[in-house]
Design a protein. Sequence first.
Length: 308
Amino acid sequence: MSQQPPVRSTGSPPPRPDASMSLLNNVIDHALDDGYAEATARRAAEGGGTPRSVRAKLGVAAGLLLAAAVVTVGGAEARVSAPIVAKERQELIDRIEAESSGADGLEQDIERIRAEVGERQRQALQEHGGDQAELVGLLSGATPVHGPGVRLVVDDAKGTDTGGGGPRESSGFSDTGRVRDRDMQRVVNGLWESGAEAVAINGQRLTSLSAIRAAGDAILVDNKPLVPPYTVLAIGNGQKLSTAFQDSADGQYLHALVENFGIRSSISAEGDVRLPAAPSLTVRTAEPRGAGATPSGRATADTGKGTS
């Protein structure tokens, strides 16, 4: 008995492995939307999107030429104006230098005239001072002096800056370690009261009309700024003057500044101290008047403001 061959099935083929990914396949097969594809094909058929008419082509060309012209004109103007700007700048610099030189010359003239006026005032004081002309010149600061005395140096505390605060801030200064104008006023007044015959601060001679004031953080003597350290020279009996000042109320005030605020100070007796004459003087005289005379027959005169 013959064996029958096996019957093979003729059904549908097995499904594709990616049959369940129909949405993803559709996106991959149609990456470009049909509408976009149609528009792209239409533009390609019409000439790639470039202007079709001669008028449109001329308009594009004219726009390009105009842009090129603007850039060219701007570059040309920049090249032309550069030398003019440089010339004007140099002219301005020359004018500033000329005015500065003129101001320096005027300042020198002022100093020269001021020195001449001071010299004539000193001569007039010596001529009309009578028998006590030398004493009057000494007390008024009209003549330079030298002799025994003391050297007192007062300086700001170490590391002093413009920050901080403290109990001394009420006067308008912000740093307690800085020497104030009122500190120097007390120092100078203490030296006068201790027997000083003449006083100068950083070479600036003090008179009965001198004023010690402040401008910001700077100390002014007769409107001239001083720079620390402040060196005070005083004529007098050196050792006696030094002791009397340190024992005075103003000397104790300076000692308190040193102890509490770190202000630096040193005092020493000197065998020979030299003080210059005052840079400018205001000569004043007093004459007796009938109605204004005092009961003793002597007239009074206003001597101006002192150092404090």
